[in-house]
Each structure stands twice: as C-alpha cells, then as structure tokens.
Design a protein around this ligand. Sequence first.
Ligand code: 5GP
Length: 116
Amino acid sequence: MNAQNTIFDRILRGEIPCKKVFEDEHTLAFYDIAPQAPVHVLIIPKTRIVNVASAEAGHTDQLGRVLQTAAHVGRLLGVADSGYRLVFNNGPDGGQSVDYLHCHLLAGRPLAWPPG
Ligand code: 5GP
C-alpha cells in the first residue's frame, strides 16, 4: 500500500467514514471499527508519522498533542476517573497493522496486565 494511502490517511481525507469522537486542528479521535473494550478510541495526528520508531525531533509537538487529545477524550467519555490504557503498537512484533501513528485508548473494563 502507498505510504500516503493508509486507511487512516483516507479517513483524514474524508474518503472513508469514521465515528468521530473529537477533532481539533492537530488531531482526530474516532472509534475503532473492531473495539477490544467497551470504549476503544483511536487518536491520530493530522500530520502523518508512520510510528513512534520513525518519529523525529520535529514531531514532538504532534506527539504531545496526541497525548493531550487522549486525555481530553478520556474526560469527554467519562472514563478519566475509572481509568484507561493508552497503547502505541509499533512494528510487526508490536502488532501495528496500520502504518500511520495512532494511540489506542481502551477503557470501560479492567484491563489485564501484562497484555500477553
Ligand atoms: P494497530 O493494529 O495498527 O495498532 O491498530 C489499528 C486499528 O485500526 C485496529 O484496532 C483496527 O480495528 C482499526 N481499524 C482498521 N481499519 C479501520 C477503519 O476502517 N476504521 C476504523 N475506525 N478503525 C479501523
């Protein structure tokens, strides 16, 4: 697949619909299509970064904004106090299936640790 044409690039361009939770100038948050918890939201930067491993010094702002949006989504969805897990899958062994940096926010049930 072309690097600019991941499913998340297409969601950002409005070519594929998503169930939006929050959007601002820098980030988009939307429900995962195959939820692994009662609350499962993906947060992506609007500037494309492939993953954490490929992030550069110039991406610091976008990375910080993804985390700020995650915290905002946690408050919006009422799970800030009950808690949530943030996950960045990175590369094949990390389970990354979409080559566009994304943060999973999982909540709504106790989450096992270690993840297995
Ligand atoms: P990864 O495995 O790369 O960490 O996470 C990719 C996530 O994207 C998966 O949890 C998968 O369910 C989700 N996903 C894949 N395609 C779509 C889609 O078209 N729409 C939405 N909302 N989520 C998707």
